[in-house]
Ligand binder design. Structure first.
Ligand code: 4AD
Ligand code: MG
Length: 464
């Protein structure tokens, strides 16, 4: 019977068949130890020469690292094995014998070498574990939102404008979106359908690509349109930042979840973030114990991630940081070092609230108590991980929003539809976005986000 490694505990004493890869092996000449993996887990298959035909033994001896194989054997309990089981080998079939020289060996490799071989590195147990924790975070996010009345709403990646500041935009040439541009769709063209102007059905030349398009930095603005229909919504997808930052926290392409809700103000917005993050951490602790063990992650700090989180204003944070000898200015955004320093003071995540409006985005609502500040928050993960979420209450007044757009030197034209939302049935609303890779790095205890996404895109890396 063909089974997965993950089901092996149900078959003690039985002969089973497994299909996968030989990730390591060693032989004494009489006993052959085959380290087997199939995507669901890893198990050792022990073959004894005395039990096999000569042909079968020859197959074993021909195996090289990462050869694909079918193995059969009897499941034995073994307390020394990571899963508590091993197979007494009875049969081996090679699907493909890999050549000598699999690039990733037992010796230590530097990060650049590993990233150059990312297509193979993904097979390492540590990377397998990271991808599984990532998957768990995504699953828990969808579950929590659906249980709490949020609807998945897909926002576009090709956009006519920026959401988070124009200095970090990836730009590309796009077709003209003028309404009178020639159409290539012959069925919708009145001239083409009349049959007397076939020329209009010719393909349009590339020269019509005269507008600029930008890769989305966040789906937020579109989500704000979505909630005026749905009430509560979230998106989840790749976003792009042409940031010239080579730090352990920055990717040029990463996955963001944005959430948005009507009739939720600043405090309520943070309560949603707190509940979501608690759920994600609890689920990872519940479902990913083995993965966290593989990664050597100390789970004690994660157990402490419980409501209520710490709340501190930007003003208080600056005072604290200056007392700890940071050179941060009153009105500065926190640098990565400041975030690290601050998170080391607490064992729970920190809501850092009410930033100076001058360093924040145009759409954030100002604090009525102090209009130089926004009703916004970052959420900082403990243990030095820093910002994982950015969120705010949104400006919901038409006139004020127009002023903000002008103050930020933005062209109002592409934002017309967005400010229109404030003209027809504007309501108080708030939202936030998390960076998936930052959360994966934190929960897995990884130093750098480059390991948290299957194929990282960094300033100096576009391959593989
Ligand atoms: O703080 P940010 O820029 O906020 C927004 O984009 C809002 N529009 C979100 C919203 O309110 N819906 O980005 C949100 C999160 C950050 O907190 C961080 O976790 C992550 O996205 N992030 C990055 N992750 C990896 N690489 C980068 N270059 C990142 N930039 C932001
Ligand atoms: Mg931010």
């Amino acid at each position: 019977m063909t089974i997965n490694v993950s089901e092996i505990h149900k078959h003690v004493g039985e002969e089973v068949e497994l299909k996968g890869w030989c990730y390591n092996f060693r032989s004494s000449g009489k006993i052959f130890f085959l380290q087997f993996r199939d995507g669901t887990g890893r198990v050792q298959v022990v073959y004894s020469k005395a039990d096999l035909t000569e042909d079968q033994w020859a197959v074993l001896e021909s195996l090289r690292l990462e050869s694909s194989v079918v193995v059969r054997g009897i499941v034995k309990e073994d307390t020394r094995a990571p899963l508590g089981f091993e197979l007494e080998g009875r049969f081996i079939q090679a699907i493909q014998i890999a050549p000598e020289g699999y690039p990733i060996g037992k010796k230590e490799h530097g990060p650049d070498f590993l990233l150059d071989h990312r297509h193979f590195w993904l097979r390492a147990e540590s990377q397998w574990a990271v991808m599984r924790v990532r998957d768990r975070i995504i699953t828990s996010t969808f579950e929590w939102f659906h249980e709490n009345g949020f609807v998945k709403f897909d926002t576009p990646i090709l956009t006519p404008t920026s959401c988070e500041g124009t200095t970090e935009l990836f730009e590309m040439d796009y077709f003209s979106d003028e309404p009178d541009a020639p159409s290539t769709d012959s069925t919708s063209s009145p001239l083409a359908s009349s049959g007397n102007n076939l020329i209009s059905a010719e393909p349009v030349e590339a020269s019509t690509r005269k507008t600029k398009a930008y890769l989305a930095q966040s789906g937020q603005l579109y989500l704000e349109a979505g909630i005026m229909s749905l009430g509560r919504a979230f998106d989840f997808g790749p976003v792009f930042r042409a940031e010239k930052s080579k730090t352990r926290r920055h990717l040029t392409e990463f996955w963001m979840m944005d959430a948005e809700a009507t009739f939720v103000e600043h405090e309520g917005n943070m309560a949603i973030q707190e509940a979501l993050i608690c759920r994600i951490v609890q689920d990872v602790l519940k479902h990913c114990q083995y993965e966290l063990k593989v990664l050597g992650r100390d789970t004690a700090p994660l157990e402490k991630v419980q409501a209520p989180f710490v709340h501190i204003t930007h003003q208080e944070a600056v005072a604290k940081l200056r007392a700890m000898r940071s050179d941060i200015g009153e009105m500065d955004d926190l640098g990565a070092d400041d975030e690290t320093l601050l998170t080391q003071q607490y064992d729970r995540p920190i809501f850092l609230e009410k930033y100076p409006a001058a360093v924040k985005a145009f759409y954030m609502k100002r604090d009525p108590q102090d209009p130089t500040r926004c009703l916004n928050n970052d959420l900082l993960a403990p243990e030095g991980y820093g910002e994982i979420i950015g969120g705010s209450q949104r400006e919901d007044d038409y006139e004020t929003l127009m002023i903000r757009i002008r103050e930020h030197n933005l062209d109002p034209k592409p934002f017309e539809w967005y400010v229109d939302l404030r003209r027809y049935g504007s309501v108080p609303h708030s939202g936030f976005g998390y960076g998936l890779e930052r959360i994966v790095a934190w929960l897995c205890g990884l130093h750098h986000v480059r390991e948290t996404i299957p194929f990282p895109r960094l300033m100096n890396r576009l391959t593989p």
